[in-house]
Design a protein. Structure first.
Length: 112
């Protein structure tokens, strides 16, 4: 479902931890977080994503054992702050990095 703006959704997982996901205007999830002890921890991570998203050097491009491509967004303290889904090709992964670089800085934050 298309949205007016990209957005970060903060939500509670089945394990009780707080997570965030970044959705593009198309509604596609383009970045997801690890679990945090509280929603405020997830929101602090979103602040870090917004600060690091435009910096191409903060993206680590990776290849999984199954040959699929994905990336991890790394904070300046060298900790991972978000991970993409798996892509069949490197160009698809690169396109998703560009989507995060564009969407994250201006994305609104909502609770799911």
């Amino acid at each position: 479902m298309a949205m007016k703006h990209p957005k970060f959704e903060v939500f509670k997982g089945k394990n009780g931890k707080a997570y965030f996901r970044l959705k593009a205007r198309s509604g596609e999830i383009i970045l997801a977080s690890q679990g945090y002890h509280s929603p405020s921890g997830a929101r602090r991570a979103i602040t870090s994503v917004k600060a690091n998203a435009k910096l191409s050097k903060q993206y680590e491009e990776k290849v999984a054992k199954n040959g699929k491509h994905y990336f991890v967004l790394i904070a300046k303290n060298m900790q991972p702050i978000g991970k993409s889904e798996m892509y069949a090709s490197k160009p698809s992964m690169k396109k998703s990095i560009q989507a995060v670089m564009t969407a994250a800085p201006a994305a609104v934050i909502e609770s799911a």
